[in-house]
Design a binder for this molecule. Structure first.
Ligand code: ADP
Length: 274
């Protein structure tokens, strides 16, 4: 009888433990949801006035003299930086709570890469380094992809490459690896001749909030979220990022995506026929 009572007691304890785990899980889920909605509301609240600030700066720049232009350019840089940090935090919170999904659309691939060039050429020129882009001619002009997120991956990697390079070049190389049916495996590589990353730091670089403790990188004022976001988005595409780097020589970030070729979306004018 004693052993039966003991058994019942054990059963009871196990049941209670299980219930406690379920409650804890629920609470954790609720907290994650609250954190996510707080961050998204806060980011929105900050983004709206910041957008107003940046557009007013652009307007003021048009009629400013040379000295004022310099100040406004610096102000523009700071507000863009702030916007990037806010976007990083919001994206990261979405990814962290598994709320981010890929939204695939037929996308003009050539245009996307040209946008990258236009966005980052100024930054490269300012640092006196070359920004080269090589696109395989065998690639299709249109692919099914999530344009915003691919722009974000490439943008993060290219801006890092420029940020951490003081002389030489940054090269974006986009190559067709193989084709099966209407699916192409495409390799994206972003290579720089910059400061490079020490072996012992390479593995942790993709961790969120990780910034190597070197003074030069601390000065760049990053969040340590950029590469964590890149890693997570590439994973959403079912792939992974490969890093090869040597301190003082440079770094290459490479990943491969399998993308479906697509056609341009033609807008047909609906003519009324009577
Ligand atoms: P951050 O917003 O701080 O740039 P990232 O996650 O994008 O955050 O990068 C994390 C760290 O990785 C950076 O602080 C920098 O030290 C290092 N890093 C990233 N890209 C490069 C690169 N191309 N060359 C050298 N170091 C890099």
């Amino acid at each position: 009888r004693i052993s039966k009572m003991k058994y019942q007691q054990q059963e009871e304890n196990l049941k209670r433990e299980k219930e406690a785990i379920v409650i804890k899980k629920k609470q954790a889920e609720e907290t994650a949801n609250m954190r996510q909605s707080f961050l998204s509301a806060m980011s929105h609240e900050i983004r709206t006035p910041l957008n107003a600030v940046t557009s007013i700066i652009s307007m003021l720049k048009e009629r400013a003299d040379a000295d004022e232009q310099k100040l406004l350019t610096s102000l523009q840089f700071s507000s863009k930086n702030l916007m990037r940090i806010i976007n990083d935090i919001l994206d990261f919170s979405k990814l962290d709570s598994d709320k981010m999904e890929l939204e695939m659309h037929s996308t003009n691939f050539e245009e996307l890469i040209n946008n990258i060039r236009e966005t980052y050429l100024g930054m490269a020129l300012e640092k006196g380094i070359e920004l080269n882009i090589q696109i395989d001619v065998a690639l299709s002009k249109f692919y099914m992809l999530d344009e915003t997120k691919l722009f974000q991956i490439l943008g993060n990697l290219v801006s890092n490459a420029i940020k951490y390079t003081n002389k030489g070049f940054v090269c974006i190389d986009i190559e067709l690896i193989s084709s099966i049916g209407n699916k192409d495996t495409i390799s994206f590589s972003i290579k720089d001749t910059g400061v490079g990353i020490a072996k012992q730091e390479q593995a942790r670089l993709f961790d969120s909030f990780y910034i190597p403790s070197t003074i030069s990188t601390r000065n760049n004022g990053g969040t340590g979220l950029g590469l964590a976001i890149v890693k997570k988005i590439v994973e959403l595409y079912g792939s992974s990022v490969l890093l090869t780097s040597e301190k003082g020589i440079g770094s290459t970030f490479q990943f491969e995506l399998v993308l479906q070729r697509s056609k341009a979306i033609v807008q047909i004018d609906q003519k009324q026929t009577n």
